[in-house]
Ligand binder design. Sequence first.
Ligand code: NAD
Length: 256
Amino acid sequence: MPRLKDKIALITGGAAGIGLETARLFVKEGARVALVDLREEDLKKAAENLGDKADVLTVAADVSSAEDAARYVRETVERFGRIDIFFNNAGIEGKVAPLVEQKIEDFDRVIAVNVRGPFLGLQNVLPVMMEQKSGSIINTSSVAGLKGSPDLAPYITSKHAVVGLTRAAAVEAARANVRVNSVHPSPVNTRMMRSLEEGFSPGHGTEVKDQLTTTIPLGRYGESADIANLVLFLASDDSAFITGAQYPVDGGMAAT
Ligand code: NAD
């Protein structure tokens, strides 16, 4: 029996990486999906990638815009009639530099996408789910939302804020049987990580990857499928008594 039969899932940052892999798994488990992303071309490719049989809506939108957030939720409800799962996942890495050298406009952009974005998503999705009296929301934070590391202050700040958002939303939404949890990946093999490796040492991404890998007890980066499996658990009724919780999926990195 598919675990998400007839469920409607809305995924931001759905055109690539962790979001797309989660969409693939959700479709396999019987869900219909709405993919939201900034990159229109990648969205088209993602929808094709999910195959002819998948029932997919794509919405080009910037999660940091209040108008866009209202629109992507409205279009999802118009198309599918409800939202059972919200994977609040889009994010950017920001610039690699010591805190004192970070530019204020770069800080503001990271906060806009990684904090205002999920906040706006929650503002628009929660009324839909609370009216339904059911729903599961998974916010993407990071190991960087649980501990510090050098040269990524805006990103680390933003991902800690996602923990606060998760807890705040979880306690408000619980009375309507809506659950809100966060996932905390370590480095995962996606475009974002390639860009970060280059940011740490231009032209030496492979060496940076090797060095970072030594900080992960299980001795490897995550794959998008590792994260998608956890998101599936939190999206499904198998996690019916779990809300307001933080889940590392990090090969043991947060434990160090
Ligand atoms: P990715 O770059 O492969 O995918 C992110 C997607 O989000 C892209 O398709 C991008 O176009 C989209 N996006 C970016 N800004 C957007 C905006 N303003 N509006 C709409 N869409 C936007 O990266 P990923 O690794 O799949 O990252 C997904 C999430 O996982 C992010 O929140 C990231 O911070 C988090 N994360 C990633 C890692 C990692 O190592 N890759 C580790 C921990 C947490």
